[in-house]
Design a protein around this ligand. Structure first.
Ligand SMILES: [Zn+2]
Ligand SMILES: [Zn+2]
Length: 323
């Protein structure tokens, strides 16, 4: 990631990589000793040795990188660790369902979705450049765009949040009401346990559709890259939060901002919970368009859909294309 590339010269950065490699090797060896299954430990030892062979903490880039494309693994790893470490203790301490374990049913599938969609954040942000430049070439709005881009950061950020949530409300509603689109979105609703990993379970084409239909218009309208990127980062954290297994209640705030309880009702197994609470940040849109449902102090009795969504991310990817 370009912003982090400057860190590479720092001695402590080199030391951290060295310490990381040593810790990885030690833990992989421990896993080999303690676990009956040896696949994880063998992978850990092999990857660490490969890393050391490729240069370890002394590695340098072979060529200066001339492309603006980057994968963002250096951002991705701390991000995943940070979010995981943040939500795991929160869910332990303030669980809505204390009996639900961290390694619950289908946790591997959801963790895979979580890792893959975090990686896609970088790629998708890059991919949205080309279409927005094409639109801009066709419809240049120089005066309007520079006015929008010159607004204070917080104003831009608030406007992006509001506009994208309006768009997302209708996109989300379409994904529920159009039968073919529902097959994509049913993957998200097939989660039977709600926690920080469950929100990431989403068909990859839905992620691409959602991201481009919300981010491209914002780029075209002229919002600054900083405001758009801050929005993307906040959305990522916020959607993790609204799915989390937390019992926190926000009696007044949840009238204005989507709370975990509000979004849990969107996933509820009850009949009343079907096709309600489409908004992702502002319940106002559900009130305006008649889909608001939030019974006082209650949560759904279960989560999921009465729908034959297969298990496993590959089968889920193919699911909408099957007759
Ligand atoms: Zn939905
Ligand atoms: Zn959800």
């Amino acid at each position: 990631m370009p912003e982090l590339r400057e860190l590479h010269g720092h001695p402590w950065f080199r030391f951290a990589i060295h310490a990381g490699l040593m810790a990885a090797f030690a833990m992989a060896a421990l896993s080999l000793m303690l676990r009956p299954g040896k696949i994880l430990g063998t992978c850990g030892v092999s990857v660490t040795l490969l890393g050391a062979l490729l240069g370890g903490s002394r590695s340098t880039a072979l060529v200066p990188d001339p492309t603006p494309l980057f994968f963002g693994l250096d951002f991705f790893v701390p991000n995943v660790l940070f979010t995981g470490f943040l939500f795991v203790p929160i869910e332990r301490l303030f669980a809505h369902r204390p009996d639900q374990r961290l390694f619950r049913d289908e946790w591997r599938e959801d963790l895979f979705y979580y890792l893959a969609s975090s990686l896609m954040v970088q790629v998708l942000t890059f991919l949205t450049f080309a279409p927005s430049n094409m639109i801009l070439a066709a419809v240049p709005l120089p005066g309007f765009r520079s006015w929008v881009g010159g607004l204070p950061f917080l104003v831009q950020f608030g406007a992006i949040m509001f506009l994208t949530d309006f768009l997302q409300y209708w996109i989300h509603r379409a994904f529920h009401r159009v039968p073919w689109l529902w097959k994509f979105h049913a993957v998200h609703h097939s989660a039977r346990s709600m926690d920080w990993m469950a929100g990431a379970r989403m068909h990859f084409l839905e992620i691409i559709a959602l991201r481009s239909l919300t981010v491209i218009p914002m780029a075209v309208l002229g919002f600054s890259a900083t405001a758009v990127n801050s929005y993307i980062f906040l959305v990522y954290l916020y959607s993790t939060f609204v799915h989390a297994n937390v019992n926190w209640r926000f009696p007044i705030i949840e009238k204005f901002l989507v709370s975990p309880r509000f979004h849990h009702w969107h996933h509820g197994i009850e009949d009343e919970a079907i096709d309600v609470n489409f908004a992702v940040r502002f319940p106002l849109f559900d009130r305006m368009f008649g889909t608001y449902f939030l019974p006082k102090n209650q949560r759904p009795s279960g989560y999921g859909v009465q729908h034959p969504v297969p298990k496993g991310s590959l089968s889920q990817f193919r699911f909408p294309f099957r007759p």
